[in-house]
Design a protein around this ligand. Structure first.
Ligand SMILES: Nc1ncnc2c1ncn2[C@@H]1O[C@H](COP(=O)(O)OP(=O)(O)O)[C@@H](O)[C@H]1O
Ligand SMILES: *[C@@H]1O[C@H](CO)[C@@H](O)[C@H](O)[C@H]1NC(C)=O
Ligand SMILES: *[C@@H]1O[C@H](CO)[C@@H](O)[C@H](O)[C@H]1NC(C)=O
Ligand SMILES: [Mg+2]
Length: 422
């Protein structure tokens, strides 16, 4: 609430908000800094350099959004979340769409710590604003379904332009790990797959291999069931420089990995590997294994093992996820389900020697077959198809309550007739 109020005051101060591109800002003369402490000046210079490097080669796109709309939108903005550096509020635009507005968190730890150190509120705000500008620049240059979409940005023309930057983002919902643990496996798998696709993109991005240095669930939001990274100010495109292999240890609290120093003097693949291990320890271990279809568990264990000890790179990890997706979507994994065996009975000419698996034209045909077979109590239309495209139906001798998975349709015999259960 405090943040929304501050935003309103800031907006009211300026008669109009000025739309500038992040690049245009960089062309402004350096801020008058002679009065600032040397330490703060140096930090500002570093961030400016970092920003320039990222912006180089990028298109100087104008914000596609009228800043007057943004100002009106911030009126009753509820806070969605905040971190060390930034605060995010929800806003409805004039057109009716809802967006997230991200700006510097004046009461956040980054600004406060800087103020304690240097006693320069304005300079410290600017220092924090550089991080948001860096994020905006990165969001502009990177496009991926796993990265929150930037609609535009505004600069408050009152006061110092950099400090008054507001990014207008696609609206998401902050990640609730506890809630996610209670969603079906299929949803959790989707989140992990989306994360792997994102890391694949980051590893091969137009800016080089990008590492998310502050990789935690709270840097992500959910948009329509899809995971998206929102906090990009701690991303880096630089790979660690080295002289020998000893300079290239990738350290985590529970584990460290010795990497190699390449002939070019860079720790090879360190960015990709850091992202992947973080995905393993913050996401995969919690979301992937529990209540997964039993037949998929060996594949998931392998993924957990291979990312947990960095045996796989991102390419192999993506391949392994796509394989699980294929098995799951096609229903192929059902072949190995022990449940099919328990209630199975033999029939002829079955596709499987383990039970009664027949190709059918339709559920009606399967129902007729089941009616004609005294042992048959229920059947499942699987996602498996024969080469002609006919689905395989698995006939069973118990009226099972077990619905094998969300891709199959189960039918249960009801006295003489059959009732569709699902
Ligand atoms: N697009 C968004 N939609 C909804 N909430 C968001 C969005 N972006 C960020 N948030 C929330 O705001 C918080 C702070 O944003 P973040 O960019 O992580 O700032 P910081 O750099 O200070 O950590 C996030 O942890 C998240 O909960
Ligand atoms: C991966 O599997 C190997 C061999 O089976 C085992 O020694 C190792 O501890 C496992 N590592 C992880 C992270 O699960
Ligand atoms: C991974 O895949 C990318 C994109 O397809 C490719 O450019 C790269 O060479 C691959 N890396 C490895 C180690 O296989
Ligand atoms: Mg954050």
């Amino acid at each position: 609430m405090e943040a929304a109020g501050r935003w309103r005051r800031g907006a009211a101060l300026s008669a109009a908000l000025l739309a500038l591109s992040a690049l245009a800002l960089l062309l402004l003369p350096p801020p008058p800094g002679s009065a600032l402490p040397p330490g703060l000046l140096e930090e500002l210079r570093q961030r400016r350099r970092d920003l320039r490097r990222l912006a180089a080669g990028g298109a100087a796109a104008e914000g596609g959004l009228r800043c007057g709309d943004v100002r009106r939108a911030a009126g009753t903005a509820p806070v969605l979340g905040s971190g060390f550096t930034k605060v995010v509020v929800r806003a409805a635009l004039a057109g009716g769409g809802a967006v997230a507005l991200k700006s510097v968190h004046g009461a956040g730890r980054e600004v406060r710590q800087c103020e304690q150190r240097y006693g320069e509120p304005a300079g410290c705000r600017r220092l924090a604003a550089y991080k948001l500008l860096k994020e905006v620049t990165l969001l502009r240059r990177l496009r991926h379904p796993g990265i929150v979409q930037l609609h535009g940005q505004c600069y408050d023309s009152g006061g110092e332009p950099e400090a008054g930057v507001t990014a207008v983002l696609e609206l998401g919902a902050p990640l609730e790990m506890i809630q996610l643990l209670q969603t079906p496996w299929e949803e959790r798998f989707k989140i992990c797959l989306g994360l792997v696709e994102l890391l694949f993109y980051l590893a091969h991005s137009p800016l080089g291999s990008i590492v998310l240095l502050d990789f935690q669930p709270r840097q992500f939001v959910m948009v329509d069931g899809n995971l998206k990274v929102t906090d990009m100010d701690d991303a880096s495109t630089e790979e660690l420089s080295c002289e020998e292999d000893n300079d290239c240890t990738l350290d985590f609290p529970t584990k460290s990995f010795p990497l190699q120093c390449s002939s070019a003097g860079k720790c090879e693949g360190i960015n990709e590997k850091r992202n992947l291990f973080n995905a393993y320890r913050y996401f995969f271990t919690y979301l992937l294994p529990h209540s997964a279809p039993p037949a998929l568990q060996p594949f998931l264990s392998d993924i957990l093992n291979a990312t947990g000890n960095l045996r796989y790179g991102i390419n192999e990890t993506l391949r392994a996820f796509e394989k699980v997706l294929h098995l799951y979507k096609s229903g192929l994994y059902l072949q190995k389900r022990p449940l099919l065996l328990k209630e199975a009975y033999k029939c002829w000419p079955s596709y499987s020697h383990l039970g009664c698996l027949l190709s059918v034209h339709s559920p009606e045909e399967a129902a007729a077959i089941c009616s004609s077979q005294p042992q048959c109590q229920s059947f499942i239309i699987t996602q498996q198809r024969t080469w002609t495209g006919r689905p395989l139906a698995s006939f069973q001798s118990s009226p099972t309550d077990l619905i094998p998975d969300t891709t199959a349709v189960a039918y249960i015999k009801r006295s003489a007739s059959l009732g569709r259960r699902l």
